[in-house]
Design a protein around this ligand. Structure first.
Ligand SMILES: Nc1ncnc2c1ncn2[C@@H]1O[C@H](COP(=O)(O)OP(=O)(O)OP(=O)(O)O)[C@@H](O)[C@H]1O
Ligand SMILES: [Mg+2]
Length: 294
């Protein structure tokens, strides 16, 4: 997608987002579920992996037995079927590594935007550090002379675009809204310029919102794009956001991000903390922060 189109799409997506209702009700705590999340295989049965570590191990060590083009997406993503010990699962495959430029829809001309497969892994790692459980497990793997990001495929899912086309509405408005709130915060933290309706993958049964496609995240732009929409946050995420430590991030993400990209992220982190603190000061903690429990 061209940068200006990216910006238009993002603006469209943000403008169609739901208004945040009263902060009552509860959703599952991402951190509490993180180690227990399960993934479906291509036949609709659960894969026999109880932890993220097991999924990562499978992605890293399973053999590729076939490959398909994904019919949408500009980074020419592919889908590979992996097999190990008789277990099969699909994974998305992305090896894009490009720098591009173009006019954004706010009229500015953006230079040196990066589309980089390594950012997929950085997003997964960072989500884990924040206690978020909605970025699918992702590894970097060597394929001959190339390296690529491999991400477990979310079966039985639709994209936000499919949801809109099918005219489906989320059964639990509050849970749905909060998942979008998490996404707004995450995208601003990672400087994601490319969240579009194809990058929101929804479990058709649970309506869990999975965030995918972060290869255009981690831009060096310090600007926050979602603050008008970002009005609430779980206590847990708020605490983890404030506690995010640059040295620790550099240790865990330094393989995927430059120090400049990490510095930019921390400028945005500080601005996000300021934004949420201002909301708390203005409306009270109870209106902004919520407990997320199963
Ligand atoms: N892990 C996954 N689980 C389920 N579906 C996925 C997954 N990864 C990718 N997809 C599907 O593949 C499509 C293309 O993937 P992706 O968005 O990463 O490609 P892209 O070329 O970067 O897209 P864009 O057009 O946003 O630049 C997604 O819209 C989604 O439908
Ligand atoms: Mg995409």
């Amino acid at each position: 997608m061209k940068p200006w189109l990216v910006a238009c799409t993002t603006a469209w997506l943000l403008s169609t987002a739901l208004v945040v209702p009263e902060h009552t009700g509860i959703i599952a705590t991402p951190s509490a579920q993180h180690e227990q999340r399960r993934f479906l295989g291509p036949d609709g049965d659960y894969l026999p992996f109880d932890t993220d570590a097991a999924v990562l191990e499978f992605l890293s060590t399973a053999e590729e037995i076939s490959r398909d083009r994904i019919p949408v997406g500009v980074t020419r993503p592919q889908k590979v079927m992996l097999e190990k010990d008789g277990i099969r699962a699909w994974a998305s495959y992305k090896d894009v590594d490009e720098t591009f430029q173009g006019r954004m829809n706010d009229g500015s001309y953006a230079m040196n935007l990066r589309d980089y497969f390594m950012f997929e892994r950085a997003a997964y790692e960072l989500a884990g550090m924040l206690g978020l459980d909605n970025v699918p497990p992702t590894v970097i793997k060597r394929f001959g002379l190339k390296r690529a990001a491999l991400q477990i495929w979310i079966e039985n899912s639709m994209t936000e675009l499919d949801r809109a086309n099918e005219g489906l509405g989320a059964p639990k408005a509050l849970q749905w809204t909060r998942q979008w709130q998490v996404m707004y915060l995450f995208d601003d933290l990672i400087g994601n310029i490319d969240r579009n309706a194809g990058d929101i993958v929804i479990d058709r049964d649970s309506w869990k919102l999975w965030m995918i496609d972060h290869s255009r995240g981690f831009q060096k732009d310090a600007k926050l794009r979602n603050t008008e929409k970002l009005s609430s946050c779980s206590h847990d995420l708020w605490e983890k956001l404030q506690a995010l430590d640059k040295e620790e991030v550099a240790g865990r993400l330094g393989e995927y991000l430059t120090s400049y990209e990490i510095d930019s992220m921390f400028v945005r982190r500080d601005a996000l903390v300021e934004h949420i603190q201002a909301l708390i000061d203005a409306h009270g903690e109870g209106s902004v922060l919520y407990d997320a429990k199963p």
